[in-house]
Design a protein. Structure first.
Length: 64
């Protein structure tokens, strides 16, 4: 039960990949980078950066 639809969608897609791999008898590798560094590609702060900023400022209470 989440309102974070991006995270939910990622989890559902990964579970579907694992299910299909089991059904087809193939291996799956999932890579989840801890942090991607570099300049932003857009002029505004995106959702991922908002979470990082919350941790840096201390306004984040728990991990989303």
């Amino acid at each position: 039960n989440t309102k974070n639809w991006y995270c939910y969608g990622k989890a559902v897609a990964e579970q579907a990949a694992w299910d299909m791999a089991k059904e087809k008898g193939v291996d799956v590798v999932v890579v989840n980078p801890v942090l991607v560094l570099g300049p932003l590609l857009q002029p505004t702060v995106n959702a991922s950066i908002v979470y990082i900023l919350k941790y840096l400022t201390g306004s984040a209470k728990t991990y989303a």
